[in-house]
Design a binder for this molecule. Structure first.
Ligand SMILES: [Zn+2]
Length: 401
């Protein structure tokens, strides 16, 4: 996947390309990854010629896999339940991790030097593993990539299939049983719980981790699963799959898979006089362009804005005095600009639920989508007499202290 593609297109399956396929029983690290690394080296040094653009060079930023896959590719140990050094990010060892408070201690970060020192030690002593390193990954032959800083974590595997499913259950069961008397249960945590301590620095390195999780690639796999079931070819499956995939990509590139900045649903002419005087006055004051139309919903750069959803207008400081508005009219012009008429709502943050409770209309507000604090469009969840909205991600003010 090319990292320069804008985020709303990066998550589409068709922007994920096929590099190589291999039958598992024939897999060999050097034989399989060797040609891939060689191609990447050509891209780093020679680049590719793109007509009307010129020579474009590129390099590998990161490789996205689950923990087992990342360790196998990076030359790290693959036994998480028994290995002494189980972390690919640092040199924590199992006994220190299981000491009281060990899950909160930070250990020496792995570096290219520490990785190479481990390889030297393996060579000199003929040992099989040292400091969790088993062999030198062929990807380290690249000029701008090293497995020590190019194997990001996967949120879905660490949290949804790990800490939330396993460790959180232990805590909740324990607290229910002990009636919240003591702080930590004595059951040892699994390595995934320790990986979370690195998330801070990993977010700094890779950006929001949702951008490097494996789930989009897992969705891509469904294409191949469907094809192999349909083809019933078990003699040369990799050949049929790669040919079918490339034909499908060619079909999508032929124009059927065109993505527009703006997708409008249920558009109609905008009659300002069909609204209350209060709304009309506000819309006149907004100085809208003359060729403006109304619609039921609009998808702008992958985000759907529709009547009834809530958007964030601004906030004073982090989670304080957050101004939100419920969409009541959606307008757009011929320059792909979207304007919203909102009911401005009071909000109150509910810390233990991590949601905002919204109140009744204070006033009307007219705003171009470009002026919103965040592009998020939020669903409203009713619970008894209360209405709640939950942010997809945190809001940061321009000025951080
Ligand atoms: Zn670590």
């Amino acid at each position: 996947m090319i990292g320069n593609i804008p985020p709303h297109l990066r998550s589409r399956i068709s922007t994920i390309q096929l590099v190589a396929l291999c039958i598992e029983k024939y897999f060999n690290h050097t034989e399989f990854y060797g040609p891939v690394v060689s191609d990447l080296r050509d891209l780093e040094t020679g680049g590719v010629l793109i007509p009307s653009v010129g020579i474009v060079k590129g390099s590998l930023v990161c490789i996205v896999r689950d923990n087992l896959g990342s360790h196998g590719l990076g030359g790290f140990v693959e036994q998480f339940s028994s290995s002494l050094y189980f972390c690919r990010f640092c040199l924590v060892n199992r006994s220190d991790f299981h000491k009281e408070g060990g899950e909160l201690v930070s250990f020496q970060r792995r570096t290219i030097d520490s990785y190479n020192a481990a390889l030297d030690y393996l060579k000199a002593t003929k040992k099989k593993v040292y400091h969790g390193v088993k062999f030198n990954s062929i990807f380290n032959e690249l000029n701008y990539y090293h497995v020590c800083n190019g194997l990001p974590p996967c949120l879905a595997h660490d949290l949804n299939e790990g800490v939330i499913a396993y460790d959180m259950k232990i805590f909740i069961d324990y607290f229910v049983e002990k009636e919240w008397k003591s702080l930590f249960p004595s059951v040892p945590l699994r390595p995934k719980a320790y990986y979370l301590t690195h998330y801070c620095e990993l977010i700094e390195a890779f950006g929001p981790l949702i951008g490097v999780f494996t789930l989009r690639f897992e969705s891509k796999h469904t294409f191949f699963k469907r094809c192999i079931r349909g083809s019933r070819n078990f003699k040369t499956p990799t050949l049929s799959l790669s040919v079918t995939h490339e034909l499908f990509q060619a079909y999508r590139r032929s124009g059927v898979d065109k993505h527009f900045k703006l997708n409008v649903k249920g558009d109609s002419e905008f009659f300002m006089h069909s609204y209350f005087v209060e709304i009309q006055n506000g819309i006149s004051a907004m100085k809208l362009p003359s060729a403006v139309s109304e619609c039921v919903s609009v998808e702008l750069l992958g985000t759907l804005y529709q009547k009834g959803d809530v958007v964030v207008i601004r906030q004073a400081t982090y989670q304080c005095a957050v101004e939100m508005g419920r969409i009541i009219v959606v307008l757009f012009d011929n320059k792909d600009c979207v304007y919203l008429l909102l009911e401005k709502l009071p909000t109150e943050f509910v810390p233990h639920l991590r949601v905002y409770e919204i109140g009744c209309r204070i006033s009307y507000k007219y705003i171009p989508v470009a002026d919103l604090l965040s592009e998020q469009s939020l669903h409203v969840y009713p619970s008894g007499p209360h209405l709640y909205v939950k942010l997809h991600y945190g809001l940061v003010c321009d000025t951080l202290d």
